[in-house]
Design a protein around this ligand. Structure first.
Ligand SMILES: *[C@@H]1O[C@H](CO)[C@@H](O)[C@H](O)[C@H]1NC(C)=O
Ligand SMILES: *[C@@H]1O[C@H](CO)[C@@H](O)[C@H](O)[C@H]1NC(C)=O
Ligand SMILES: *[C@@H]1O[C@H](CO)[C@@H](O)[C@H](O)[C@H]1NC(C)=O
Ligand SMILES: *[C@@H]1O[C@H](CO)[C@@H](O)[C@H](O)[C@H]1NC(C)=O
Length: 288
């Protein structure tokens, strides 16, 4: 090589090396009744397209243990994520798929020592779930109309699904029994409410991905904080009290251009994390 070529080579290597150092580590949290294996495609694609990225793929609460309560999972996985975060003072990025996105939000709201730059919620029931699609993965015999009889009880709250089951016809029971969703949504005020909001507002970016052909998250708009009113008509996030009253900071994130609502048609719930084009088009652009 000539001296000029050598110098150019050194310069380019330095630039590439620098770039690889600037990708923040990514933590992946899997969905219900599955495990870290289901998130390998996302992990591999990030590592391929953003060389040098460290990707942590959470392998706790796989398979049947994914049905353990939401708070238990938030606190356990949150301790791991806090450990990871403490090793990376520049911050981390967090991606949760399906139930994993709702666990991830619990972690963001609860752990002041977890420093998340971008949080991507990939088709997660952020505003709750009221639909048979989801139910039948785990409880084949239950129908949505009567599922509340199980979930809105002390026993029913011992399953993750019960913790975010939100029957629009039984709002009072939901408020009395549900120990997770109404709290992390600051629908019910608690001693933690202020911290929940404050921690959410530490996000640099919140990306809510969902789509009309999901067929499991019901209503699908729940992936973007939309939900049913008392008559099962969907009200979009910007018409919801959680947004209008800025309960957890969604409105502030929106006004400061940190909230990204991403709607992708043509994707079934079980394929979001299996589709390379989803990673390329909707995850990678937010990971820096
Ligand atoms: C966090 O890190 C500490 C110190 O390295 C270790 O003792 C502890 O077991 C870790 N906790 C988790 C949940 O990984
Ligand atoms: C993070 O904070 C929690 C309390 O919220 C604490 O139990 C945990 O040890 C902390 N972890 C690290 C790594 O600082
Ligand atoms: C639901 O429908 C009933 C009957 O049409 C109506 O009286 C009620 O106001 C509606 N409630 C909502 C929240 O739209
Ligand atoms: C994969 O994602 C793209 C959007 O990026 C979508 O158009 C396509 O239908 C998806 N493929 C499958 C098999 O879901």
């Amino acid at each position: 090589m000539t001296t000029t070529a050598t110098n150019l080579y050194i310069l380019l290597s330095a630039l590439l090396f620098h770039q690889s150092l600037t990708y923040k580590p990514v933590v992946l949290i899997h969905g219900i009744m599955t495990g870290s294996g289901s998130m390998e495609l996302i992990k591999n694609r990030i590592e391929e397209k953003h060389p040098g990225t460290i990707v942590y793929n959470v392998n706790r609460f796989e398979s049947w243990s994914s049905l353990e309560t939401m708070w238990h999972q938030v606190l356990e996985i949150g301790m791991d994520v806090a450990n990871i975060s403490s090793k990376h003072p520049q911050g981390i990025n967090l991606i949760g798929y399906s139930q994993g996105g709702l666990i991830a939000r619990g972690i963001v709201e609860t752990f002041a020592n977890v420093s998340v730059n971008t949080f991507i919620s990939l088709s997660s029931p952020q505003a709750g779930q009221y639909g048979a699609g989801f139910l039948h993965i785990v409880f084949p015999g239950l129908v949505k109309d009567t599922a509340y009889e199980l979930f809105y009880s002390r026993v029913g709250q011992h399953t993750s699904v019960g913790n975010y089951w939100r029957d629009p016809y039984h709002q009072t029971l939901y408020e009395s029994y549900s120990v997770y969703l109404p709290y992390i949504n600051n629908h019910i005020q608690s001693a933690k409410s202020e911290d929940f909001k404050k921690n959410m507002l530490r996000l640099k970016r919140l990306v809510l991905i969902g789509g009309p052909d999901d067929q499991v998250i019901t209503p699908w708009q729940s992936s973007q904080f939309g939900y049913y009113d008392a008559n099962e008509t969907v009200v979009e996030m910007r018409g919801q009290d959680i947004y209008l009253s800025d309960k957890i900071g969604l409105k502030t994130l929106d006004k400061t251009k940190r909230l990204h609502i991403v709607t992708v048609p043509g994707v079934n719930h079980f394929t979001w994390h299996m589709n390379v084009s989803i990673v390329d088009n909707y995850l990678l652009p937010y990971l820096d």
